[in-house]
Each structure stands twice: as C-alpha cells, then as structure tokens.
Write a new protein. Sequence first.
Lengths: 364, 287
Amino acid sequence: MTLELRQVGKAIGPEVHIYPTDLLLEPGQFNILLGTTLSGKTTLMTLMAGLEKPTSGQIWFNGRDVTGEAVQKRNVSMVYQQFINYPNFDVYENIASPLRVARLPEDEIRKRVTHISELLRISQMLDRRPDELSGGQQQRCAMARALVKDSDLILLDEPLANLDFKLREELREELPRLFAERDCVVVYATTEPTEALLLGGATATLHEGRITDFGPTERVYREPVDLNTARVFSEPPMNLATVEISNGVCRLTETLSWPAPAILSDGKYTLGLRPHHVSPVQVQADWVPVESTIKVAELAGSESIIHFESYGNQWVSLVHGVHPFETGAAAVLYADMAHAFYFSPDGKLSAAPTVGYGRTKEGN
Amino acid sequence: MNKTLNQKAWFFVIPVLVLVAFNAIVPLMTVVNYSVQETFGNNQFFWSGLTWFQEILRSERFHASLQRQLIFTGSILAIEVPLGVMIALAMPRKGFWVSVCLVLMAMPLLIPWNVVGAMWNIFALPNIGLMGKMLNDWGFDYNYTRQVGDAWFTLILMDVWHWTSLVVLLAYAGLVSIPDAYYQAAKIDGASRWAVFRYIQLPKMKRVLTIAILLRFMDSFNIYTEPVVLTGGGPGNSTTLLSIDLVKIALGQFDLGPAAAMSLIYFLIILLLSWIFYTVMTRNEDQ
C-alpha cells in the first residue's frame, strides 16, 4: 500500500500554494511533513486526502490513479489541530459515526468502538458529550473516530498542537503503538523538529510550498540537502554566518578562524551551526571563542537559551544548566565548529559534520 | 479580625443607582401606583386594591387582544426563524459578495419603524400601491383596509420583510464561526448535506438562534409603531395587538387605572414567556 504524488501542484489564481511535488509514501512508518506555519502542510494533506483537486499532476494510491476521486470513496481518515467531533453526539456515537455511514451491523460497531476506546483510554467516558471532556480527551475521541475504520490513508494535521505540554507528551508516546499493527499510510504534519525526531520514520521538509528534502528522519536531520531544510529542521533557529575558506583555513573575520574541512575547496560558504553547539563554557580546546553582546538570556529550568549578537550575526546558544547573563553585557561564547554545516552560495549542502565530513557528495 | 471598611465604593455606585432609578424604577412604580388606585382626572386618587387587575383579567377585550398577539408572534416566529436560517445557509462564505449580501440584509433593519409602516401602507394600497394594485390586477380581491385576512397577511409580510434580516445576520454569524475542518471531517465521513446541517451546523448555531428567537419574541410582542401606521388596529379591532389596545385605553379613554394594571400584566406575560423560552431552549446545556 503506497501513496504516490507525481508532479502534484496546487495554485489558487496566480498564487502558488504547492509547487509540483514528487513524493512516495510507504506504510508501516510515520511519514512526517515538517514545516513552519503557512509552508503548505495542510494544503498538501487536503490534496492527499482528495478534499481538494490538484491543479497539476496525479495522485496514485496502490498503483491506481485516484486524482480527482471524491474523498468519500477513498477510505481516508483525518485528525485536525482543532478537536473536531460532532457536538451533540456522545463519545460512543462520535466514534461510531464513520461505521454508521458505512452501514455496519450494530454488534460489529459495538465491538470496534469498545476496542478502539480501550486503545485510546477513553472507555470510561463513552456516554459523555465532547464539550464535557478535556482537550486531551476530545482529541483522543477525534483520533478514535479516525482509527475506528480501517482507512488506507490516515492524515494527522498537527494533532498535538492545541494540547498542553503534559498531554502532548503523553499522547505522543502512545502514537507509535496506535499505528503499530495497521496496514495504512500514515502522514503526520508538525511544526516541531523535536516531534519529528521523536516519531522517527521518514520526514519531508516543506519550505514555502516546496518539499526541500525527503528521507529517513535521522538522515534529513544529520545531512539536510540544503540550507532551507536545515533551517526548518532546527529549533531554536540555526545560527548562520557567511565565511570564507582559503588554504584550508575558514575565516569568519580577519582574526577569527579555524581549520576548514578538508573536502571543501576555497570560496565563500554559509556556515550553519545548531544552537546546542554554542556554549558559554569551553569544554574542548578546539572550540572557537566568539566575542558577543548578550541580547536576552532565557533560563528555562535546566536549560538556558542565550540570544546574542556576534560580528553582525544574530545567534542563539542552547545549553544545559543555568547561565545567567545581563542584557547588553559583553561575553565570550564558544562555538564547536567541528559540528558546523557548510552550504554553498546557492544553498546546497557542501559539508556536514557526520563522520568527520567524510560522507558528503562530491562536486558541491 | 478587623475588616477595613471603605465607604468610597458607594460614590461609584450612586450614579448608576440614580440613573436606574430615573429610567426604570420610578416610572415602573408610578405605573404600580396608578394600577391600585382610582382617579377622576382632577388629581384625586382613591385606593382600589386589585380591582383593576381583576377587571382586566376578566375582560373579553383583553383576552381577544392577547389572543391576536399570540397568533401574530407565533406566526412571525414560525416564518422568520426557518426562513432566516435558510437565507443564512444560502449566503456565500467568503469573497466579494459577502459584504454585498450583508449590506442588503442590514438595510431593512436601518429603516425607522414608522417609515416601514408608512411604506407598506402605501405599497399595499389596493388602488394605487404597487403590491395592492398588482394583486388586484391579477384577479385577487385584495384590500387590507377592509378585509381581515388581507390585513393580517400584509401585517405578517411586513414584519417578515423587516425583521427576518436579524435572524439571518445572527445565524450567519454562527455559521461562519464553524471551522472548515468540521466540513472536511464530515466530507471524509461521507455525511449527507442534511446530516451536516442537522449534526454540525444546527448544534453550532444553537446559541445564536436562542438569542435570535428571544429577541424576535420580545420585539414582536412589544410591536406597536408598524401595525399602527399600517392598519391602525383595523379593520374593526381585527389587528389590535396588545400594545395598540393598551394605548387606546391609556391615551384614548384616559383610563389610567386599568391601563396601568394592563401594562403590568403585559410586562409579566413577556417576562414569563421569555423565561419559559430560555429555559426550554437551554435545558440540554448543563445536564
């Protein structure tokens, strides 16, 4: 069972929402759409579901062209960011509603609803109405509705975004179990890199209506094909700077330099450094000291997020422990340049820190 | 424990008290005062107890106007609420035509009430009015100043024209507040158009519809200006609603006692019916 997009695009008037996209999604894993708000995640999902018709390209499901086929005939389920349930049905009737439309016999419905409500831990509240439930329970009910029929395609559009932190953690831990024994394609949209990494599977990064990269989540994180992918897949945002390499030395300024990765030829590059590779403490001798002015230091319990300006670049450091700084203070932070990404001027990845910069593509 | 007393707060309350006293309590108490006394117009008053209330409650005339009032309010509610919801459903959800529709809908609500009455009075005149003349030319024997049925037809038509917009606007506000995701979810389920209305739109509109029904109920029960200008309560007494009857007693005959008693009964009826409406419509909400 596979879902394949062939050059699928969507434009409304002159405005392009999705540029022609190729994508092959497989069952048995989470297929994650990662992108900021308005990057086109929801539009792409409505196209996959068949709620909207693409303006170009074809959608193939299981070797069959389903472009333009009505969503009712496609055996699709969808869970939304808002908790969508029928307001005046109780939880039982809500979960049963897709089965009633499919005209299943009553005892089959009861069997399935009982099973799925136990799986989602809402069997205690089957006789309540959605507005009598907490947000987490409402979303569990909506998920149960999506899972109760054997859909071929399940789309989850930021299902955890409207939940508070604890409930989000709780439900996320359960997610892999819920989909474990299903033969269906699961697509999961999120804005949070951490969520993508925790769910694993495959990730497609979306940037302004284009899929910039698609592959196993870990690979996309460690070796993003280009700058946009790396930026989408970093929270807090990736630290960027323009650097120049000549004679094996990489320079940020006249005085600030460090050895460049051997595989890079001379020229200008964009440096990308994840926030947790910048620290106020020098742990290793080869970490490069950068003189900075502190903008804001946020102390989030066991972590510190330090925003600072250095040589005209706005950078962020994410470190364990409490590191209080006065706003406006001058400080020296240390950058672990051995973990830096290098992108060529056209945005393509030139060198990634994985395995000592050994595995990057040639010619870039 | 010593509580700190701060009497200053009273100063902030006094203006409101004065305001409420002048625009509600004092006039109401004057009416109560009239309703239990008899006067012969020379500023002499005699205690009469509950006589006026008994008289009004037993009076055939009051029963007849109350009955007309109930029929009127019942009919306009039965027409305006479903019609308003239907128009709201048919209105576009986004784009250029939304504002055009909204302005068109709001138009009747902006016209002064006596102008509405005058407009329909002329519009429906059987010899020169556009509607009256046309109906007669098509062979209907239509004359709202002489025939009871025609008078009622015109009266209800006028109210529907004037006030359905209010229901439309409220229902529309309820409809546009439903997130698109609900419609998508229903589409995925394969729900029919009727099911979407019955199980998504109607429950989501419930609150605004409650308000719409209550407002239309109270306003139509209080209606005075438009029917007075249109029919003046006639022909005969056939369209004399409660408020028209009340004005006839109070200002026409200058029977202050019975008019005051009738005002209070009128007020209590509206209060009671509004309360019943509200309780019935919201009874399922907090079980």
